[in-house]
Ligand binder design. Structure first.
Ligand code: 1HE
Length: 255
């Protein structure tokens, strides 16, 4: 993809790796562009993505050597670029499973929380050390991390700079699975294949509807749910999924 990311396609699953281990996969221009290139135009036929970092770390966040040169104006544009990317990851329609090892720090946590399934190995450390760097989060953490663990806990996490480990992350909802060392990628691939076998439009609705309904008033949310249910009912997927269940066989969805 770029010299900071590598893409491999295995049937319906794309495996995207961060390949800057010597810099703990800090997100520089090349890494950000690699993510944008993939998520803005995913290859045809891909139905799920696995995201991971090489060298024992997911990502140490924003590349601070590049960031120190940015003006305030450039920082707004750069932060908005992260928001476009992470929104595209969250709402683009492609399920994303990430494997979290080592540093899941700052922007690394912002990327992780834009993924739909998060698997942490024992080395994972979740941290928001922006206060020690004299900066603030800018890649969506106030919304995504704030909603996952609550603004109160996020503020404490930022003020004290504490790091949470994989088991604590699991209890807090920063990850969905805490697994043994080396077990992250096999589980991610299994789950990605399973997700890719769902009816495509059901996956699309899960990805689009849930966070949006969370933004709505209760009655708007419930009405939107009914509309989404009705739309799913018009697809080939529902015809096949319901028929397969009644015929006692696995469904076979068009990709
Ligand atoms: C980096 C970065 C980086 C490592 N930008 N170069 N993120 C942070 O504040 C985290 C900063 N990094 C760390 O706290 C540590 O590097 C780690 C705990 C992740 C790993 O420690 P360690 O001992 O394994 O490695 P190291 O020796 O500290 O780092 C290895 C190299 O990676 C070193 O470069 P070298 O040329 O001296 O070998 C480090 O400088 C480099 N490196 N992390 C640049 N982040 C959209 S806004 C988001 C805002 C944020 O993300 S703020 C949080 C930034």
């Amino acid at each position: 993809m770029t010299d900071a990311t590598r893409l491999e396609i295995d049937g319906p699953v794309a495996i995207l790796r961060f390949t800057r281990p010597d810099k703990r996969n800090a997100v520089n221009e090349a890494l950000l562009s690699g993510l944008e290139r993939f998520f803005l135009a995913p290859p045809d036929g891909v139905a799920a993505v696995v995201l991971l970092g090489e060298g024992g770390h997911f990502s140490a966040g924003l590349d601070l050597s590049e960031h120190k040169e940015r003006s305030a104006e450039e920082t707004v544009y750069h932060s908005q670029r992260w928001h476009r990317l992470t929104d595209q990851m969250e709402f683009g329609g492609l399920p994303v499973v990430c494997v979290l090892t080592g540093a899941v720090i700052g922007g690394g946590l912002e990327i992780a929380t834009a993924c739909h399934v998060r698997i942490a190995e024992p080395s994972a450390r979740f941290q928001l050390p922006e206060g020690r760097r004299g900066i603030f989060v800018g890649g969506g953490a106030t919304v995504r991390v704030g909603r996952l663990i609550g603004p109160d806990r996020m503020r404490e996490m930022m003020l004290t700079g504490r790091s949470y480990d994989a088991d604590q992350g699991l209890a807090l909802g920063l990850c969905h699975y805490a697994v043994g060392e080396g077990e992250g990628l096999p589980l991610a691939l299994d789950l990605a294949v399973k997700v890719a076998e769902n009816a495509p439009f059901s996956n699309y609705l899960m990805i689009q509807a849930l966070s949006r309904i969370d933004d709505m008033a209760r009655s708007d949310g419930l009405f939107t749910e009914s509309l989404a249910a009705a739309m799913s009912q018009t697809t080939e997927g529902s015809a096949e999924g319901l028929r397969a269940f009644l015929e006692k066989r696995p469904p076979k969805f068009r990709k």
